[in-house]
Design a protein around this ligand. Structure first.
Ligand SMILES: C[S@@+](CC[C@H](N)C(=O)[O-])C[C@H]1O[C@@H](n2cnc3c(N)ncnc32)[C@H](O)[C@@H]1O
Length: 304
């Protein structure tokens, strides 16, 4: 589009709610590129429903809507804050971010946007073929409910790519470091059983089965890929710990660059039954605990 058509009022938008497709893709990593994943789904289905959770100003949703304008795809976005309220707002944002020129605006099919907390999604079971979210989950307090809701609204054969947190998140199985901090790792989704830390990827393996498959990318960031194989719901059977859950800034945990990271540290307790099941299925062994002790003393995160 001609340069003069770009609005110069981008300064009115907060940078951390303005990310476009390239930034979101970069964060989700090479393993989960959004556009090829949608194209792949289109080879199997005539029409698609796609949802972004925490869409900010809708920059990425608008880019996707424009890119796939000749396909039967309905784009939807849920965000707790009413950053964007009306369809006119969306049109202005599409122009301001240079997604379309004013002559192209009429050909843009606007995404459907909703303003509410994504821990209760106002959609029927099995509504979406593809769900993605980046730079959002770490702010959600009830991450368990959020994940259960994503699993509920995914269609069989559908996929969700969820950026759960930043680098340095993957604490090993082991004893908690202390009552408050629990772990020196920068994790916002912490599972405990008594005074033991249970890694999220290991716990989720308990729920791999005929309905869902959970897979973490090997990127430094915590990126979870959920595949729904058949109808069903997920019940993570986690108990929210109100006392240990708190704003990330209260801890405070720092990243490698020494910056205090925001977000909400949500802590959940796993039941004795599920703890036992992890050992019975060989997902945890006492050897892990011994190895974890070595990590524990050498962790580089949050030591400042
Ligand atoms: C850091 S911004 C990221 C926005 C966008 N994904 C981006 O990368 O530009 C986090 C967004 O998540 C939204 N958010 C936080 N908690 C949420 C929740 N429980 N349900 C829905 N949206 C939420 C916020 O309102 C905000 O727009």
């Amino acid at each position: 589009m001609p340069v003069q058509e770009k609005d110069h009022s981008l300064k009115n938008y907060r940078v951390n709610r303005s990310r476009g497709l390239s930034r979101i893709n970069e964060r989700l990593g090479l393993g989960f590129p959004i556009v090829p994943m949608i194209r792949d789904l289109l080879t199997k289905r005539n029409s698609l429903d796609v949802l972004e959770v925490g869409f900010g100003y809708g920059h990425t949703l608008l880019e996707l809507a424009w890119l796939f304008r000749d396909k039967k795809i309905q784009f939807h976005g849920v965000d707790k804050r009413p950053n964007v309220v009306t369809r006119d707002d969306l049109r202005k944002i599409a122009l301001d971010f240079g997604v379309v020129s004013s002559s192209e605006l009429n050909a843009l099919v606007l995404p459907h946007i909703y303003s509410y907390d994504a821990t209760t999604l106002h959609f029927e079971d099995e509504s979406f073929d593809f769900i993605y979210s980046a730079f959002v989950v770490r702010f959600i307090e009830r991450k368990d409910k959020f994940l259960e809701e994503v699993c509920r609204v995914l269609k069989p054969g559908g996929t969700a790519i969820l950026h759960i947190g930043g680098e340095g998140w993957n604490y090993p199985f082991g004893q908690t470091t202390d009552d408050r901090r629990l772990t020196n790792y920068l994790n916002r989704f912490v599972l405990i059983h008594s005074n033991e830390l249970i890694p999220l990827p290991i716990y989720l393996k308990l729920f791999n089965g005929s309905s869902f498959q959970f897979e973490f990318s090997d990127s430094l960031h915590c990126i979870l890929n959920v595949t729904k194989l058949q109808k069903g719901r997920l019940d993570l059977e986690l108990k929210y710990n109100n006392e240990l859950s708190m704003s990330g800034r209260k801890l405070p945990l720092r990243n490698r660059r020494g910056q205090i990271k925001g977000g909400f540290r949500s802590v959940f307790e796993i039941s004795m039954q599920n703890y036992d099941a992890l050992f019975e299925r060989g997902l945890l062994t006492i050897d892990f605990l011994k190895r974890a002790d070595q990590y524990r003393t050498s962790s580089t995160y949050g030591n400042k």
